[in-house]
Design a binder for this molecule. Structure first.
Ligand code: ACO
Length: 293
């Protein structure tokens, strides 16, 4: 999977590994396998929904959660245009499963004590694998929406930050808890946080590990909408439908442009607009000029 926002015009990001032998990593996880991990994945037309489904443990995340997220991304049906990420129960996600901090760890997945014993390169590779579960949510060919109620702590906050858009219930509470636990946020959340709120506010939020409630999140741009808890599902569905009203290829090209804008100069961005538009108009003209059958 390419998480690159800078893919050139004409690439729609939906390429699948269709050539050669398909490996285990190319197989979509079944609902039973996902249920064991505490997740669900449903596709309804062009909208896919990923649900963290361990409400009794406040949707705490494990290595298996992150591997499953990555697998969902790499096997996402090509026709999906919107991906909703949500959590079952009172909380979106209480972050990393705290059993990771115990000597016993999470059964079958080890603990921080076991990964800390790896050499630095191997440990970094484990983190890189985990990050794959988050990076694909920025792909240009989809728009991802986090629907957040209750707590989104640590890895939960970072999962919400990985999505393009966030709709919050009024009881939503973000917290970047990692520094309070002696860690850094490493699940790809620091860049979107800084991009949205700026370095100074990000430093303040992370280094105090304080709670950012829904109203403040809206003011800071960390939420596109805040709705009553009972309206979260309907508001998310409405936004997802609205995102499907634009032309698919134009939407992907526009998202590539917008995602790439912060790292380009004005001149570079103007050039990127031109390059995308040439492809758009040529495609539209070729379609309209095609001889009728
Ligand atoms: N990991 C494992 N289990 C968890 C986690 C977690 N992160 N969070 C909650 N649970 C479990 C609790 O142990 C409890 O289990 P039990 O019923 O078997 O005792 C159950 O979920 C419900 O938790 P409560 O605390 O009773 O739920 P409440 O709604 O009152 O509070 C809250 C929710 C605020 C999220 C609280 O559970 C909490 O602070 N959790 C820890 C948050 C945390 O520090 N996460 C790590 C962040 S850093 C990172 O993600 C890298």
């Amino acid at each position: 999977i390419s998480a690159s926002e800078g893919a050139g015009p004409g690439t729609n990001g939906t390429r699948r590994r269709s050539e050669g032998v398909r490996g285990e990593a190319d197989r979509a996880l079944g609902s039973e396998e996902l249920a064991e991990i505490g997740m669900r994945f449903e596709v309804d037309g062009e909208i896919a929904t990923i649900t963290l489904d361990r409400p009794d443990k406040r949707n705490a995340q494990t290595f298996a959660t992150w591997s499953a997220l990555a697998r969902i991304g790499s096997t996402l049906p090509g026709h999906v245009r919107v991906v909703v990420v949500r959590g079952e129960g009172p909380s979106f996600s209480a972050g990393i499963d705290l059993r990771m901090f115990t000597p016993e760890g999470v059964p079958g997945q080890g603990s921080f004590a076991s990964v800390a014993a790896l050499d630095s390169d191997a440990f970094e590779r484990r983190i890189q694998e985990a990050q794959q579960g988050f990076l694909w949510l920025r792909r240009p060919d989809i728009v991802s929406i986090a629907a957040v109620q209750g707590h989104a702590i640590g890895a939960g906050f970072q999962l919400a930050l990985s999505c393009d858009l966030r709709i919050l219930a009024e009881d939503a509470r973000f917290c970047m808890k990692e520094p309070a636990l002696g860690l850094v946020p490493d699940l790809t959340g620091t860049k979107p946080l800084v991009d949205i709120v700026g370095v100074a506010r990000a430093v303040e939020i992370c280094l105090t590990a304080r709670v950012v409630e829904a109203g403040e999140a809206l003011r800071l741009g960390l939420a596109e909408q805040v709705v009553p808890r009972e309206d979260l599902e309907a508001a998310t569905a409405k936004l997802a439908s609205a995102l499907l009203t634009t032309d698919r290829a134009a939407a992907a090209a526009t998202k590539r442009l917008l995602r790439g804008a912060p790292r380009r100069s004005l001149e570079e961005q103007a050039a990127a607009e031109r390059a995308e538009q040439v492809v758009r108009v040529q495609t539209l003209f070729a379609a309209s000029a095609a001889p009728e059958r």
